[in-house]
Design a protein around this ligand. Structure first.
Ligand SMILES: [Fe+2]
Ligand SMILES: [Fe+2]
Length: 243
């Protein structure tokens, strides 16, 4: 069994960013000792340099290996360049050799725009990485900030990738196992064919919809079976299953 933690939308720099919640969560994650932590974007609120410096300080407290991608908020104010300077590549992979899992991180952000796009160049990177994982018979996880399929309770839809159709086709044709997104701060799980699409809430901000809590997801992978558990800041948990 492999355990992975998925957290998203830290929004460091936002007036209602809650450092206490983030530090508490980092503490819990370190105790849980997952094989990896996936952080799916909006790590800052405005893409400011000082926000990224702060993010780095928090991320350095995490003991497990992490893969971090940018969100639309991180691409504001040339944050995309600062991301590369302070955090690392905007799209990259993390291979968990022992559990034979490949995590592919994509950058769906566009400078100073809120909508998302993968684009042709990055799609080629994705195709190459999927092929490599298939050749090695690996479990494939993709993380991308904007979700690929609309999710409920998010109001008028204008936030899926502009090239969602092409990306979705590529993922389904290749039986990608799991797709992890953030962006709308609504934890949700869909399943389409053999692919599970899971979104995380905001882990440490009060940018919340309705009566919900800051949260993160724990993912348990057992062979090809996946269980996703939502962990709320108030301590309550819920296993998320696709409808
Ligand atoms: Fe966000
Ligand atoms: Fe976002």
């Amino acid at each position: 069994m492999t355990k992975i933690v998925h957290m998203s939308d830290l929004h460091i720099g936002f007036a209602n960013f809650r450092e206490d919640i983030l530090l508490n969560t980092i503490n819990k994650i370190n105790k849980l000792n997952p094989e990896a932590v996936v952080i799916s974007g909006d790590i800052t609120d405005n893409g400011y340099y000082r926000e990224f410096v702060k993010v780095k300080e928090y991320l350095d407290l995490l003991i497990p290996p992490t893969i971090v991608i940018p969100g639309n908020h991180d691409a504001r104010n040339i944050g995309d360049e600062v991301f590369e300077e302070i955090i690392g590549d905007r799209y990259s992979t993390l291979d968990l050799e022992e559990s034979n899992i490949k995590i592919i991180g994509l950058d769906s952000s566009e400078p100073d725009l809120d909508h998302g796009k993968i684009g042709r160049l990055q799609k080629r990177f994705l195709e190459r990485e999927i092929k490599d994982a298939e050749d090695r018979n690996m479990f494939i996880i993709i993380t991308v900030h904007h979700h690929i399929i609309s999710i409920p309770n998010t109001g008028r839809e204008r936030n899926v990738l502009s090239d969602a159709g092409d990306v979705l086709l590529l993922l389904l044709e290749n039986n990608v196992n799991l797709v992890l997104s953030g962006h709308k701060h609504v934890p949700h799980v869909w399943k389409m064919n053999n692919t599970i699409f899971s979104t995380a809430g905001t882990v440490s901000s009060m940018k919340l919809r309705g009566n919900t809590h800051p949260s993160y997801n724990i993912i348990d992978i057992n062979d090809d079976k996946v269980q996703i558990t939502l962990v709320n800041n108030d301590g309550s948990t819920e296993v998320l299953t696709p409808p």
